[in-house]
Design a protein around this ligand. Structure first.
Ligand code: ZN
Length: 162
């Protein structure tokens, strides 16, 4: 994230150049060779400082551009997800487990993979995977992304009031 640190770096470089300009303006009309030699040394040191500050700013700029690109990718993924979101329905299964199903897969929604509800809320699709043997009339599943465990019984087709 772009912070006050980067702004402080830009201000430091600007201040260095301003004081250098003021300094050169003060000594430029001098005819004293000793004073001019000292002035060249001071100006050279300040130019080196300004060059280091500009290099640091370039590094900060590159880091900021990387952050912008990463945020753009996250935004694009979120926009893509929101375009597809309407193709999924939240369903309840006994004994009270929720999962998203893709609408109209095959002849019924039951042919859809089951998608993790917590991941769906985070705008991610994650297909639940079987997690071991049947437990009574329920089948255990887990989410490979968020590691949430689920127990699925028969679907409960009563409407879900959101
Ligand atoms: Zn998940």
């Amino acid at each position: 994230m772009i912070t006050g640190v980067e702004l402080a770096g830009a201000n430091a470089a600007t201040n260095t150049l301003r004081t250098l300009y003021d300094f050169i303006r003060q000594v430029r009309n001098s005819n004293d060779p000793t004073k001019l030699k000292e002035a060249v040394d001071v100006a050279f040191e300040r130019l080196l400082t300004a060059r280091e500050q500009v290099a640091a700013l370039q590094d900060e700029r590159a880091a900021a551009l990387d952050q912008i690109n990463a945020l753009q990718k996250q935004l694009d993924a979120r926009i893509d997800f929101e375009k597809q979101e309407a193709n999924y329905d939240l369903r309840r299964f006994y004994p009270g487990t929720f999962a998203y199903l893709q609408k109209g897969v095959g002849s019924s929604d039951e042919n859809s993979p089951r998608y993790c509800q917590p991941c769906f809320v985070d705008k991610k699709l994650s297909i639940l995977q079987p997690a071991g043997p049947q437990r009574g009339s329920n089948t255990p599943y887990f989410c490979p992304k968020c590691k949430t465990q689920f127990l699925f019984g028969d679907p409960d087709w009563s409407p879900i009031i959101a």
